[in-house]
Write a protein that binds this ligand. Structure first.
Ligand code: SER
Length: 306
């Protein structure tokens, strides 16, 4: 199934103009050497400039994140990837975004709601940014429509799932800006709380011969690979100023989800390198090296690095 096409068609049906991927080399933007997220070419429009194609936009943006280079070799990190994105430039907000995402994940690409988990922003009084009870409540209602009683847990640190499906985390996890947490943002930079979406590949799966997910105290943000973040809905409504955070002139949505990871979730296989996107590369390395992808852990690691 062509998930890229499905995503773009879905958002076109919700009134979005579909844009081509911008260049991997940012234009008129000295902040990074490479485009690292779908929102990067959208920054002027998130800050209030009018976009010629309107207030609902979507694309599949080629991205390069050198910051992830040390992670490459596991089941889910790549430095180059395609980010499926949609934006509301002061148009729709949490209600529409969350229900469309749910529809896309559960009806369009057929993910089982039993395998879905979400995180939301816990709030920070010092910054004057409230807890995102609205996003958590919207996810909970959607679960209820599928007869799933989704508990909301104020997640302390690393104590496992505690019977929850929706978790509140601090700005370390549920705040998004190009510079990370609020304290690192330069004046003029937009940012906001986010709600992240995770797919559970199941505690009984084994990622490689040495892994045992069932034996780990695992939670959605754990690094073991059982849970994979498949997308991030940022409610980009703030801008950093000398005085602290102020509301942007418009409330925006900035969604980004990894095409490779969504395909892995739809295939219910935690290894993104087994998706069709990497087929030719896997086969070329197999014929050059005489090794078979997936046979042995160190070789699998080496394939992924190449
Ligand atoms: N900007 C957010 C991200 O890169 C969502 O698009 O994760």
């Amino acid at each position: 199934m062509d998930y890229r096409k499905k995503y773009l068609e879905f958002f076109a049906s919700k009134g979005h103009a579909i844009l081509p991927s911008a260049s991997l080399i940012p234009e008129n933007d000295p902040t990074t050497l490479f485009t690292g997220s779908g929102m990067q070419p959208m920054v002027p429009f998130l800050l209030g400039q009018k976009h010629a194609l309107g207030t609902r936009l979507a694309d599949a943006q080629k991205c390069f994140r050198s910051g992830d280079i040390e992670e490459v070799g596991d089941n889910r990190h790549t430095t180059f990837f395609e980010m499926l994105g949609n934006w509301s430039l002061g148009d729709y907000f949490k209600q529409e975004q969350i229900s469309w995402m749910w529809e896309f994940l559960t009806s369009e690409i057929g993910l089982d709601p039993e395998n879905l988990y979400f995180t939301c922003f816990r709030g920070n009084e010092e910054l004057g940014i409230p807890r995102d009870t609205e996003a958590a409540g919207l996810w909970q209602k959607l679960f209820a429509e599928k007869s799933i009683d989704a508990q909301i847990v104020d997640f302390p640190e690393r104590d496992g799932l505690q019977g929850g499906r929706i978790f509140y985390y601090s700005e370390k996890k549920n705040w998004w800006s190009r510079s990370g947490v609020p304290g690192n943002m330069p004046v003029g930079e937009p940012g906001g709380p986010d709600t992240e979406m995770f797919y559970d590949f199941g505690a009984d799966r084994k990622l490689h011969e040495n892994s045992d997910w069932a034996a780990e105290v695992c939670h959605v943000n754990c690094d073991c690979g059982r849970f994979v973040e498949i997308g991030n809905n940022v409610f980009m409504q703030y801008v950093k100023t000398e005085q602290g955070f102020e509301q942007l002139p418009q409330k925006n949505v900035d969604f980004g989800g990894g095409l490779e990871r969504m395909a892995a979730a739809a295939n219910n296989n935690p290894d993104v390198f087994t998706t069709d996107l990497f087929k030719q590369l896997r086969e070329s390395i197999e014929s050059l090296s005489g090794k078979t992808y997936g046979d042995r852990a160190e070789e699998t690691f080496a394939f992924r690095v190449v």
